[in-house]
Structures are given as C-alpha cells and as structure tokens.
Design a protein around this ligand. Structure first.
Ligand SMILES: [Cu+2]
Length: 219
C-alpha cells in the first residue's frame, strides 16, 4: 500500500501555483479577445473592451470566440502569423502569437465585408513633400522641401503641393500612373498624393505654353 506524503507533495503544488511561467500559466502574453458572429460581425478587442487599432510589438494571447457555424476568424500578418478557426466549427480557442512591426488583418474568409486591421509598432513616416509652382510669369518649377529643383527622385509616395499663380498656365504632372493637373484659368493651391514608380520618366508642364515643360527620372 502506497503511503501518502503530504509534506513532500504540498511544496511542489505551491511551487506550481506561485512560480510565474510554470505550466499553470503558459499563456503569458497581453490578452486580446477576438469574436466572430453570431451576426455578420467580427471584432478584436483589448482587455479594456476597445477595438484594437495599434499595438506594441510583443507577445499576445488571443482568445477567440467563434460564435457562428457560417463564419471563421482568420488572423494574419508579419512574422508568419496565420491563425484561423474553422468555418463550420464554433467555440473558443486560444492562440499565443508574437506581433512584430507591420499591418495585421483579421477577417472571415467567407464574407469579404467582415474584416478589420491594426498596426503594430509606430505609424509609417509621412510622405516627403514636393513643391510645384507655375507663374507668376512664364515659369514652372518642382522643388524638394530643401529647395532644390527636382532632377532625379527616389521612387515612392510623395505629397505634391502645387501653387498655381497664373490664369494663363497650369501645372500638369504626368507619367506612369500619374496624371494630375490644375486648370489653366485656375489660380490657387492643390495638394496631390502620388506614387512615383522606379526607373521612369515624369513630366511637369503647362498645357498652355509648350516651352514650360520639364522632366525628371526616378530611381
Ligand atoms: Cu462570415
């Protein structure tokens, strides 16, 4: 007959309960709650109940309540995060994930309208600014924020602020994927967010005056 020895067993039990990170508390990431259904809704919320829009990188423990047998909860993003519940299945699951900087999305794979996203890490820097100007008189220019004339440009997203100071010319920026212009008779300011592709030639000109035409290339 085996002898019960509480004096030896008790400290082991206490250790299991008290030591952080032991088997009884394997899920140690910041808690989040995902819910899909019962209607056509999908949400991801933090412990305070607010919809997740931005998170710091790190470990998270996500409890998903899949409340519908016509939806699933599918989370994916950088760092090879790709977790999904089944469409037909319902119930709760818990995922331990590590988020890194970038954009994450969650959705129902069946219904395209059911989706959400959040950013991990700091927001991306704002696009660099370029200043376009036409007039007064027969002049046209496109300059960087530091005041240099644009001759070559790294590809990417830019904010172009145009000042059209004449009623006789316009500012027309064009090239692959871009065709933006002010009106010839228009005077005032316009702001465009544009994406310059790599290795292409772009043109800015006045449609009313042939010689007011300049080009630059992108790297
Ligand atoms: Cu669905």
């Amino acid at each position: 007959m085996r002898q019960f020895r509480p004096l030896i067993v008790l400290p082991l039990l206490l250790a299991a309960v008290l030591v952080p990170g032991s088997a009884s508390s394997a899920s140690s990431g910041t808690p989040l709650t995902g819910t899909v259904g019962p209607g056509f809704t999908i949400t991801l919320k933090n412990a305070g109940g607010a919809t997740v829009r931005q998170l710091d990188p790190g470990a998270y423990t996500i409890t998903v309540h899949d409340l519908a047998d016509i939806h699933n909860f599918h989370l994916r993003g950088p760092g090879a995060v790709n977790q999904a519940t089944s469409v037909e299945g319902t119930g709760d699951v818990t995922w331990d994930v590590t988020f890194v900087d970038g954009l994450y999305t969650y959705k129902c794979d069946v219904h395209g309208s059911m989706h959400g996203s959040f950013r991990v890490g700091p927001p991306p820097p704002p696009p660099p600014k370029l200043n376009g100007k036409v007039g007064p008189g027969k002049t046209i220019s496109l300059k960087t924020a530091s005041g240099g004339s644009v001759k070559g440009l790294a590809h990417g997203v830019y904010k172009v602020v145009v000042r059209d100071a004449t009623k006789k010319d316009n500012f027309h920026l064009s090239g692959l994927g871009i065709n933006k212009r002010t009106g010839v008779a228009f005077r005032g300011s316009k702001t465009w967010t544009v994406t310059f592709r790599a290795g292409k030639k772009y043109v800015y000109r006045s449609d009313a005056t042939k010689k007011l035409l300049k080009t630059f290339k992108t790297a």
